[in-house]
Design a protein around this ligand. Structure first.
Ligand code: GSH
Length: 268
């Protein structure tokens, strides 16, 4: 963080120093009355006030659970401070509040914790759901969405882990392991034959929750996946991965442990 002596108390000086990391890549915590004559103390007070008024998300870049949480928070327009971590160097602040040590973790302004990705998604979308990802007008679909997500998070993920392992270590049963994953992939392909998204013609919480896992399946053996015949699924995956939402959710942030600097996850 920049040195803030009285000599260098101009907001611009402070802004440049506090956010010396690519401004284009990460979003600033506060972008308000810069240029006006605020003292360094006032700026620091305002910064602290703003930081305290926003929830904190501990997040891991390529973790499918963290990805789905980030996408839902964006769709719900719930700005959060994103603290990027890596598993081999977890912040002590994170382990103190959640010793189980998995990400994502959302720390709410009142101090409550949500340490399950699906719960973070539902928390965000229940607060605000401008695109109706919960399909409120068709409430009978919600239990079906949760049920599909549950198949993904249990059976499919177990099979996917085995397939990833089998592929990495060239296990003789790799094809068999992949076929076990394809049971779920085929189920998604069938759903997507009828609609552009899993539960209709618009995005739902299920699409966001499942997408990072299908992406992980594709990444195990991209060459095989390109040749496999899942046209509807491939189209769905491609469209979502090319979306602005996905690119915002995958934006790379400096690691929290490096400098303890705060950055917002939002649409800016
Ligand atoms: N059920 C949890 C699973 C979260 C999870 O397993 N995250 C992985 C990263 S993808 C993790 O944090 N693992 C801890 C570690 O590798 O030390 C959720 O949905 O949030």
């Amino acid at each position: 963080m920049g040195k803030t002596t009285e000599k260098n108390s101009s907001p611009n000086y402070y802004l440049l120093n506090i956010h010396r990391i690519q401004k284009a890549v990460v979003s600033k915590v506060f972008n308000y009355t810069w240029g006006q004559s605020l003292t360094t103390t006032q700026i620091l007070q305002e910064r602290r006030r703003r930081i305290k008024s926003v929830a904190i998300l501990y997040s891991l870049q390529n973790c499918p659970f963290a990805m789905r949480a980030r996408m839902a928070l964006l769709m719900a327009k719930q700005d959060v401070l994103l603290r990027a971590i890596v598993t081999k160097d977890k912040p002590k602040e994170m382990l103190k509040i959640s010793p189980k040590g998995t990400v994502p973790i959302l720390v709410l302004v009142d101090g409550r914790l949500i340490d399950e990705s699906l719960e973070i998604m539902t928390w965000a979308l229940q607060k605000s759901d401008p695109e109706d990802l919960l399909y409120r007008k068709e409430p009978h679909l919600y239990p079906q969405m949760l049920s599909l997500i549950s198949v993904c998070d249990s059976g499919f993920r177990t099979n996917l882990s085995a397939y990833k392992y089998g592929n990495r270590y060239h296990q003789p049963n790799e094809i068999e392991l992949r076929s076990s994953c394809e049971v779920f992939i085929k189920q998604l392909e069938r759903l997507l034959q009828n609609n552009n998204f899993l539960f209709g013609d618009k995005l739902s919480i299920a699409d966001l929750a499942i997408l990072p896992n299908v992406r992980q399946f594709m990444n195990v053996d991209k060459k095989w996946f390109r040749g496999a015949y899942y046209p509807y699924l491939t189209n769905w995956l491609g469209n979502l991965m090319q979306s602005l939402l996905f690119s915002k959710a995958m934006r790379k942030y400096p690691l929290w442990n490096d400098n303890h600097e705060e950055f917002l996850l939002n649409w800016d």
